[in-house]
Design a protein around this ligand. Structure first.
Ligand code: ZN
Length: 134
């Protein structure tokens, strides 16, 4: 676990939320990207070392849509940068944390990602992400 890589925020509409966050953070969105494995459109902002990821569902049945139906818009997950995601996944599994996938998945920004079940982390959805090598 190196640092917080980004904070993920669930939104209903990127079209509405991108201008809002551009005003809030006084910066422009540097990237939007569709992540098909998670059924989301993402938008990224950077301030210093800190990144914010907005997530909009692209399907009725997607996880972000379910999250918003249950809890409304808001903070969805905290992502930590890791050097070796398989090592961290094994370490956390041995420590008793529940992983949501057995192998890393393709995430946004050319990263390998894995989520931890919130029931094992005091209700916080935690994402591990590792920069893909090469
Ligand atoms: Zn994320």
């Amino acid at each position: 676990m190196n640092k917080v890589e980004h904070i993920g925020i669930a939104v209903r509409s990127l079209a509405d939320s991108i201008p809002l966050y551009e005003k809030l953070l006084n910066t422009t969105c540097y990237k939007t990207e569709e992540v098909t494995t998670e059924e989301v459109n993402t938008a990224f902002f950077k301030k210093g070392e800190t990144k914010i990821e907005l997530l909009e569902s692209i399907s009725e049945t997607g996880v972000i849509n379910k999250f918003i139906e249950k809890k409304g818009e808001g903070i969805h997950h905290i992502a930590f940068d890791v050097t070796d995601i398989e090592f961290e996944m094994n370490r956390l599994k041995q420590e008793g944390f529940v992983l949501l996938s057995d192998t890393p998945k393709q995430g946004a920004e050319n990263k390998l990602v894995c989520f931890l079940h919130p029931k094992s982390t005091n209700g916080v959805l935690v994402e591990l992400c590792q920069e893909k090598k090469g």
